[in-house]
Design a protein around this ligand. Structure first.
Ligand code: BGC
Length: 796
């Protein structure tokens, strides 16, 4: 593979100047790696499939617009009328009411009277598609009531921004991301699937000025074409298939061309290959050019576009630099999405109606809370908890006489208000003060005041991530509060010391259980410094030294290693509690006491050591071209369990793993044969999501699942496929089923053409190969008791 270090400068120039090869001679992936192919002109939206009616209406409205009116649709304006992150003005004369664009990750951000839902990673850990859908539906209802037309999420991307992302696996990410899109858009709110694409690190996320006053570009994610399709584009494809009306392009560069002016990713992948009918919006301030961005497929600049578009854009059209048809297409895509979701209906609340400009000042309350959302909030919180260790019958707790509680993460944060200030100006999110921090040996003490290295939220329990993913609900059920309530009911004594240096140890030995709460923080704008911290690990071991029944609960905003205490025999149970939202404590206590059963599964691999990961974070190296930071994705498709399989590395807890209070048994695997002579490549028409026959079911896998224990519980049946010549196995199906004690259920998984295909770089198509495909079914990526073979013989 040609090193990007050799290509970097030339490629950067290529992207700036917009020059490129007119003809392609693609023989391998090196054609794409590190240099973004030019793809012009920008394809006009076609209004395929169920977009046809919206396109007809949009074309009729846009035809009545003046040049200026069309232009005004392409960028946001500043206003003090509401507190929306992005505001698109109305065109009253034509009945267009304008748009409010607002974050997103856990619910409506920076306002009051909204719920705080489980985060993306928590949804990932639940492996529950219908729950993901319902969470989207209720969340969408709140966006709608608040007068938000575009909800700035979900985040889909294999590693993505860990605070709001769903999973490291594209299949899981795509399936749950698509369910979220359907839920939110079911309420008529447009989803903004983000961040397109390969936005895998925060370091150098935006261009900066260095100490020598030189401009340093944002990071370039350098990805080959196969990896782009099979890993990074995959979940976006699912979200588009699910109908997303908007895509947000990202801060980073992709193969050395800015993601918001990258003709290959926007014109090529998104608008041609995936037939996107909706519009592309920038991440905030991610626009870097006027003419080039428009030609490359950008449709809307946020939060404003004055510096590159605005009046400059009408000039560019007048002087022929950009054809007016491109502006017409931009406007049509935006208005079509608005019509498609029914936002023209008078019942749709006016933009920003529930989004006060300053939520700390007196304002009109728009209450979007409903009782109906409560079961989904609670179930969502329950199901994202993953039990990974449970020895000596530690759990469930059985009416303990005395429990001791430790750790900074047990109690409610000192501050929990939707005051806007903490949300907007405090990168730590609500109430997470970076002030008190102590780091172990991962980084030296000298960096204590350097915010880039913080990895613990000391100020209280972590229920959401920071930055644009943060929001606050009507209340926060902190673990310690919920434990106290349960103690009241059970006549249990609770003692606690949540200080950073617990001295109360007296009754530890007499405790039936000692609960230690720690966390792993993450926020937009900062990469996590590491996958564990010594401070928290020492706290666990300190308690475990005296308490023989130490139960560790970790609120982790990303993968968290546990090897400094996992084998300590006094650490009897470990729970990855992720980011449960406002029902955190209540859900946890139900699980700890066995009122609910654990059913969450890891949406990532937990390694024994950080060095076991190929690259834990894509914190791009500064290459010899220091002004053009590069992050080479040389691991290709071998991320997470694919990498562990390839190199035969034993993880601490594998992808897909999670314990329950009951046991399950898999049997009776059946794989339906694929008819001989199936075409190797899809031949269907392109609609939103790509060639329509990519979604045809090619084979069906069925198996029987039995609950062999004495408690009711839910198991996630997982199907992995070994495609010839590909990673040993890849997740290609999952289903979460609730089964009573002693009961059984049949699980059935349709495998689509895409599920069984690999990306053919030369043909530029998904290809079904001739050969034998291994089919595995089981309860995790390494616990796969059922195996069969599927033979495919294509017509070519
Ligand atoms: C974030 C986006 C967010 C936007 C608007 C950006 O900094 O990267 O995820 O949607 O701000 O708040």
């Amino acid at each position: 593979m040609v090193s990007v270090k050799q290509l970097g400068l030339a490629a950067a120039i290529l992207s700036i100047c917009g020059l490129g090869h007119a003809e392609r001679n693609i023989t391998s992936d090196t054609y794409f790696y590190g240099q973004s192919e030019p793809v012009y002109p920008s394809p006009s939206g076609k209004g395929t499939g169920d977009w046809a009616e919206a396109y007809e209406k949009a074309a009729a409205m846009v035809a009545k617009m003046t040049l200026e009116e069309k232009n005004n649709l392409t960028y946001g304006v500043a206003t003090t009328e509401n507190g929306c992150s992005g505001i698109l003005p109305s065109i009253p004369r034509l009945g267009f009411t304008g748009m409010c664009l607002q974050d997103a990750g856990n619910g409506v951000r920076n306002t009051d009277f909204v719920n705080s839902y489980p985060s993306g990673i928590h949804v990932g850990a639940s492996w529950n598609k219908s729950l993901a859908h319902d969470r989207g539906w209720y969340m969408g209802g709140e966006f709608r009531k608040k007068g938000v037309q575009v909800a700035l999420g979900p985040v889909v991307g294999p590693l993505g921004r860990t605070v709001t992302g769903i999973s490291n696996d594209p299949y899981l990410d795509g399936a749950l991301g698509a369910a979220t899109v359907q839920g939110v858009q079911g309420q008529g709110v447009i989803t903004s699937v983000k961040h397109f694409i390969a936005n895998e690190q925060e370091l150098y996320r935006n261009p900066t000025i260095n100490s020598r006053n030189e401009s340093v570009e944002s990071i370039s994610s350098n990805i080959d074409d196969k990896t782009m399709h099979e890993l990074y584009l995959w979940p976006f494809q699912d979200a588009l298939k699910a109908g997303s009306g908007n895509v947000m392009c990202s801060y980073n560069r992709v193969n050395n061309s800015h993601a918001c002016q990258n003709s290959k990713t926007l014109n090529g992948l998104l608008k041609t290959e995936l037939g996107f009918n909706g519009f592309v919006v920038t991440d905030w301030d991610a626009q870097h050019s006027g003419v080039a961005a428009a030609q490359a497929g950008l449709d809307m600049a946020m939060p404003d576009g004055q510096s590159f578009w605005g009046d400059n854009f009408t000039d560019a059209i007048a002087n022929g630099s950009v054809p007016e048809s491109r502006l017409t297409d931009m406007a049509t895509r935006i208005i079509a999405a608005w019509y498609k979701m029914g936002q023209d209906e008078s019942s749709y609340p006016a933009p920003g109606v529930g989004m006060p400009y300053n939520v700390s000042e007196p304002h009109t309350i728009v209450n979007s809370l409903t009782r109906d959302a409560k079961p989904t909030l609670y179930d969502g919180a329950v199901e994202g908890h993953v039990l990974v260790k449970n020895t000596k019958n530690a759990l469930p707790l059985k009416s303990p006489k005395l429990i001791s509680v430790f750790g900074y993460d047990a109690k409610a944060p000192d501050e929990y208000m939707p005051d806007g200030k903490s949300l907007l100006y405090n990168p730590w999110g609500i109430g997470y003060s970076p002030a008190i921090f102590q780091m172990g040996d991962l980084f030296s003490m000298t960096v204590i005041n350097e915010p880039y290295y913080f990895q613990v939220a000391f100020n209280g329990t972590l229920s959401v991530g920071g930055g644009s993913g943060a929001n606050s609900g009507p209340y926060l059920s902190a673990p310690l509060d919920a434990l106290q309530q349960r103690a009241y009911e059970d006549n249990t004594v609770v003692m606690w010391d949540t200080t950073n240096n617990p001295s109360f140890m007296g009754l530890m030995e007499a405790s039936d259980a000692c609960l230690v709460f720690i966390n792993a923080f993450a926020t937009e704008g900062l990469d996590r410094a590491g996958a564990y911290d010594d401070y928290s690990d020492e706290l666990v071991n300190k308690v475990a030294k005296t308490c023989s029944n130490t139960i560790v609960v970790i609120h982790n905003a990303g993968t968290r290693l546990v090897d400094q205490f996992a084998e300590n025999p006094n650490v009897t149970a470990i729970v990855f509690a992720h980011l449960p939202g406002q029902d955190s404590g209540r859900a946890l206590v139900s699980l700890l006491y066995g009122d609910e059963n654990f059913s969450g599964k890891l949406p990532y691999t937990v390694a024994k050591s950080q060095s076991d990961y190929y690259s834990f974070f894509h914190t791009g190296a500064v290459t010899p071209y220091g002004l053009f930071p590069q992050s080479d994705f040389t691991e290709g498709v071998y991320t997470d369990y694919r990498y562990f399989d390839l190199h035969d590395i034993t993880p601490r807890y594998e992808f897909g793993f999670g314990l329950s209070y009951t046991t399950f048994c898999f049997s009776d695997l059946h794989v339906s044969p694929v008819k001989h002579g199936i075409s190797a490549y899809p031949t269907g028409a392109i609609e939103q999501g790509g060639a329509v026959d990519l979604w045809d079911t090619v084979a069906t896998v069925t198996a029987t699942l039995r609950n062999t224990g004495d408690k009711a519980g839910a198991e996630v049946a997982q199907v992995y496929v070994g495609i010839p010549g590909r990673p040993v196995k890849q997740l290609r199906g999952f289903d979460k089923v609730q089964i009573p004690a002693g009961g059984s259920a049949e699980v059935s998984f349709p495998l689509t053409r895409r599920d069984l295909s690999s990306w053919d770089v030369v043909a530029q198509k998904w290809q079904l190969q001739n050969g034998e495909y291994k089919i595995y079914v089981g309860s995790s990526s390494r616990e796969l008791p059922l195996m069969d073979t599927l033979t495919i013989v294509t017509s070519s």
